[in-house]
Design a protein around this ligand. Structure first.
Ligand SMILES: Nc1ncnc2c1ncn2[C@@H]1O[C@H](COP(=O)(O)OP(=O)(O)O)[C@@H](O)[C@H]1O
Ligand SMILES: [Mg+2]
Length: 285
């Protein structure tokens, strides 16, 4: 299976939100990383055939998704960024309702609802109204509804927004359970969400793809460019202004800066192993 984004641009009121985006997704987990306004939601809505691009097309195994229509939607699961829930539905009622909209038989709807409530660890909350769910529980229902039709392609727009650290770890577990034989695309502006999860990371900035690489390859781009240096607090502003700093800490009247620089930025600077935050900073600041 391959999902190919071919020369996609999107212009809203003369302002480009996406510019000539080309991507090919096969099996695995792809992270779409970029700051707010980068074009992540626009790209995902085009890839789910909900939004018409200004130029270009999206191909599933060589066929235009807009021509495939229902045959594409049968293979697709989507969790929108602004996933609305019906507060008066119970978890079970909601999933059965969405299953009906997706055209599942009554029997299949019941079977999948049971399976998915189990997968997202909400079986014991099946009769609870969604209005009383926590952010993390609601998000898990969102993931469950996207999976009702057992999609080969799963697109999730900021699925970890609003989750606490424990819920993020749980979400990672669900993702790795799902990733067999599927194409999963998830967007985020939180680098730690992708570190342990994504096979490939797509960096999107101002509507353009900067890189699509494995996390380790992205980190390797920064080899020899990340430093820490401890100096007096008066020296700090000079360096902080000159370089991109990913971290500054103060102890005992001294400042420790973590920064990105092609050359050793200060005689006392020590080279460091790059991490994903350094990577984010170097591309997006
Ligand atoms: N319906 C719209 N009309 C006009 N501009 C829009 C619309 N949707 C998004 N944009 C603009 O397009 C750009 C990309 O937005 P979006 O795709 O939502 O980015 P992201 O999801 O990465 O935050 C932003 O500058 C945003 O303001
Ligand atoms: Mg968005």
């Amino acid at each position: 299976m391959s999902l190919m984004v071919e020369n996609i641009s999107k212009i809203y009121d003369n302002i480009p939100a996406l510019e000539r985006v080309n991507l090919t997704l096969e099996h695995g987990i792809y992270g779409l990383l970029g700051p707010n306004g980068a074009g992540k939601t626009t790209l995902m809505r085009i890839m789910t055939d909900l939004l018409v691009p200004s130029t270009g097309r999206v191909l599933l195994d060589g066929k235009d998704i807009s021509a495939l229509g229902p045959a594409f939607r049968d293979k697709l699961g989507y969790l929108p960024q602004d996933f609305g829930v019906y507060p008066n539905f119970t978890a079970e009622q909601f999933l059965l309702y969405i299953a009906k909209l997706k055209g599942l038989s009554k029997f299949e709807a019941k079977r999948r609802t049971d399976e998915l409530l189990e997968l997202v660890s909400l079986s014991d909350k099946r009769r609870k109204k969604l209005g009383g769910f926590s952010g993390g529980q609601r998000q898990r229902i969102g993931i469950a509804q996207a999976l009702l039709n057992d999609p080969q392609i799963l697109i999730m727009d900021e699925p970890t927004a609003g989750l606490d650290p424990e819920e993020r770890i749980r979400f990672r577990g669900i993702l790795s359970d799902l990733s067999q034989n599927k194409t999963i695309l998830l967007s985020t502006h939180i680098v730690s969400d992708l570190e342990a999860v994504a096979n490939e990371v797509i960096l999107l900035k101002k509507g353009q793809v900067l890189e699509m690489k494995e996390p380790a390859e992205l980190l390797a781009l920064l080899d020899g460019r990340v430093w820490t240096v401890t100096l007096s607090i008066d020296e700090e502003p000079v360096l902080a202004k000159q370089y991109s700093c990913s971290n500054i800490t103060h102890t005992d009247g001294k400042s420790t800066l973590r920064l990105i620089s092609e050359q050793r930025p200060h005689p006392a600077a020590q080279p460091m192993t790059p991490n994903m935050e350094d990577m984010y900073l170097s591309f997006f600041r």
